[in-house]
Design a protein around this ligand. Structure first.
Ligand code: 3HC
Length: 694
């Protein structure tokens, strides 16, 4: 059987799309759909058609893999036009998700029904695209301009109930199996003689002239740097101002422009990279997971509470352990606060919160976590303390339990060495705030078992995080690269670039926040303590000099109301501080650094090239198996713009040779201490290679 099959049943023809895993609308599906409609029409015995999908979901959209290949006929728009023109009524039956081209296909059908658990959406914006199979024209005809824009610009799907109340769906089918309910619905349509409804024939409700400009203003900050949102707005505006076909051809033109843009390429790269990281090249897919039901978190501080909350939200039973009763109280209060916040934001209801809190236990007694399946240690970042905790865990925890450390810099093999089961030890590095940040670095020690890694990846998925397996080294992938990036941001201060100029330059380039604003948010004292403990610091008095002087003066950032910037009470908006400017100038004089005007291009080049350089070393040392893994770490944990695809994809895009030449110039200008060119970079540049091809 092909991807599309027909089953003739009395007056009904059933078209089934079966293209695992997500019924993407590949060329075979598209041509199969046209053939199916033609065959049904030719047979001339069906009075109604049901379009349904096999497997776990309705169509997840166009086949994204085809976007980097030559266009294959028929285009999805042609298929949908053909379906809509059919004189036999067609009912789309949705289960799972109808996304992108999948929803566009359903909107081309004459009626739409769905399983109550289904979701529908137009998430193309997440791939740097716009709905390109007339979705920008049909959705406003069904639900109006405002709701359409909200769905297309956010890219977020809506649940079946919302879709029904908005008017995307005609009915929810409670009956099981879904197909039986859909057949009853179709027969009912026939019996009542309900005529075919073509969405293209509906009129879009007009809006005020100001509406679109106000909408642009409203989304400007969130969508800064992205090209497709503006094109979506223009298409939706055209749904009012042009006739259907004219607006559809404009949409097609914009879609092609977006599809061939570096932005869409970068976002598609991240889409596939986030899925690729879940598969480890050197671990067989046969390795089975360990069962995880009960989790213990050691340390009820900010990090521990955030981790415990994430695990509770994912449905695990959680025991929070701290040696101080007051610490446990604070932790429990934080967790309750997180639940309350999520209830307020309607992410969970009151009974979900109650049930979640019932799964939380607190204890000061290690013996009470003897039977858990996974322990995550989140105590103070100090080797002696961590070793002490792991010794206790080793003597108490049941055989086969996974023992994880949340260390952000320490050697996990050293931590594992105090146990008799280093194969069960792994790093699970959460990023603060742990219940919000999507990244989870999974640190593989020398002896970590494959099934521990596979379990950690699946744990990350259940927590709705992106787990990336990395090797063991100082700072692993993310923080190790951050070190070089932050170093340049610091050196630039001494050389004369004010903190706000550095931050704005990088933010305008696409970083979520500037490095100095991030430093104040994380706390300048955190990096200071880490640097103090390291014995392998570079022999350079300028190295993180400004941050160190600020820390020594008690200016830690947000928590003290001043750091690199000033903060008004209760505000997180950084205010440039003339005192800091004077301090930087003084330090530069003391260190003999000549200050000068520095433009944004230099700031961006030095900070981003420092990232790429360290990323290259990480690949050379096989700390990451693939450059895409590094991209996933930086886009999910450090605010690197997704539309630039991550640092390594960005290097590929602008050309590895250009990066190499740029780094050689920086080495010649500033010396080899920080800019020694990695052999891999030289090698790739010489053969015009790319990181992605490694
Ligand atoms: N095309 C090609 N492959 C796709 C795909 C698509 N639209 N959607 C998912 N896949 C692949 C994934 O790459 C993955 O492949 P792998 O197993 O080889 O890694 C596999 O399907 C399973 O995907 P997930 O791991 O993401 O499975 P989940 O169950 O977690 O999620 C999903 C399912 C919610 C459907 C999610 O895959 C998703 O969001 N897909 C993308 C939806 C989307 O963006 N659609 C719009 C496409 S663009 C478009 O339609 C243009 C049109 O307007 C013309």
């Amino acid at each position: 059987m092909g991807e599309v099959s027909i089953d003739f049943r009395d007056q009904l023809a059933l078209i089934t799309i079966d293209n695992p895993p997500v019924n993407a609308l590949s060329q075979a599906v598209r041509s199969g759909l046209i053939d199916a409609i033609e065959e049904i029409e030719l047979k001339n015995k069906s009075e109604i058609i049901i379009l349904i999908c096999g497997g776990r979901t309705f169509c997840a959209g166009a086949d994204i893999r085809e976007f980097s290949k030559p266009v294959l006929s028929p285009h999805l728009s042609e298929v949908i036009t053909r379906i809509e023109a059919c004189e036999i009524p067609i009912v789309a039956v949705i289960h799972g998700t109808a996304l992108g081209g999948g929803l566009e296909l359903a909107m081309g059908c004459h009626f739409r029904v769905a399983d109550p658990k289904a979701k529908v959406g137009l998430p193309e914006v997440n791939l740097g695209l716009l709905p390109g199979a007339m979705g920008t024209q049909r959705l406003p005809r069904l639900i109006g301009v405002k709701h359409s824009l909200d769905m297309m610009i956010s890219g977020k799907p809506v649940d079946a109930n919302t879709a029904l109340s908005l008017g995307i769906l005609d009915q929810l089918i409670e009956e099981h199996p879904l197909l039986d309910g859909a057949i009853s619905y179709a027969n009912d349509l026939l019996n009542k003689g309900i005529p075919i409804r073509r969405v293209r024939d509906l009129i879009v409700e007009p809006v005020s002239v100001k509406f679109f400009d106000e909408y642009r203003e409203k989304i400007a900050y969130k969508t800064r740097g992205l090209i497709s949102p503006e094109k979506i707005i223009r298409c939706v505006q055209s749904s009012i101002e042009m006739d259907f076909d004219e607006a559809a051809s404009q949409e097609r033109y914009f879609f092609k422009e977006c599809m061939t843009s570096p932005q869409s390429k970068a976002l598609r790269h991240i889409f596939f990279a986030e899925r690729a990281v879940t598969k480890l090249p050197d671990i067989s897919s046969d390795v089975s997971q360990r069962a995880i039901k009960k989790v213990a978190v050691i340390g009820a501080g900010t990090m521990g509470s955030g981790i415990a909350y994430s695990a509770l939200r994912a449905g695990y039973g959680v025991t929070l352990l701290d040696n101080e009763a007051s610490g446990l109280d604070r932790g429990e209060n934080s967790i309750t606060g997180f639940f309350e916040h999520d209830v307020l934001r309607k992410r969970i209801n009151e009974s979900g919160m109650k049930e979640g809190l019932e799964r939380l236990q607190t204890t000061q007694d290690f013996d009470s976590i003897a039977n858990v399946d996974l322990v995550i240690e989140a105590v103070f970042e100090n080797m002696a303390i961590k070793k002490d905790v792991f010794q206790k865990l080793d003597s108490i925890c049941r055989d086969g339990a996974i023992l994880a450390t949340n260390t952000s810099t320490l050697d996990i093999d050293q931590i594992a060495s105090v146990t008799k089961r280093p194969e069960d030890v792994v790093g699970l590095l959460f990023f603060s705030p742990a219940h919000i940040m999507r990244l989870l670095e999974i640190v593989r020690g020398d002896r970590t078992e494959d099934d521990v890694l596979v379990t950690a990846l699946s744990f990350a998925k259940r927590l709705r995080k992106v787990g990336v397996v990395v090797g063991n080294c100082f700072g692993f992938v993310g923080n190790r690269m951050l070190h070089g990036y932050g170093r340049e941001a610091q050196l630039l201060l001494l050389e004369g670039a004010p903190p706000e100029h550095i931050d704005v330059s990088l933010q305008n380039w696409g970083m979520a926040m500037g490095p100095h604003a991030v430093g104040d948010l994380a706390g300048l004292d955190v990096g200071y303590k880490i640097r103090q403990e390291r014995t392998d610091q570079p022999d350079d008095p300028c190295f993180y000099r400004v941050a160190d002087v600020l820390s020594e003066a008690g200016r830690f950032g947000h928590k003290t109301g001043k750091g690199m910037y000033l903060y008004e009470s209760g505000s997180r908006s950084p205010i440039p501080d003339p005192e800091v400017q004077a301090l930087i100038k003084r330090e530069a004089e003391l260190l003999g650094v000549q200050q000068r005007e520095i433009n944004s291009d230099e700031i961006i080049e030095r900070c981003i090239y420092a990232l790429i350089l360290e990323g290259t070393r990480i690949l050379e040392e096989k700390i990451s198996p693939r450059s895409a893994d590094i991209d996933v770490v930086w886009t999910n944990g450090y605010g690197f713009p997704r539309f630039r695809g991550g640092p390594m994809h960005y290097a590929d895009e602008i050309g590895v040779r250009r990066v190499y030449e740029g780094i050689c110039k920086l080495r010649d200008r500033f010396g080899p201490m920080y800019w020694e060119v990695p052999a891999l970079l030289e090698e790739l540049a010489a053969k015009d290679g790319k990181f992605s091809g490694l």
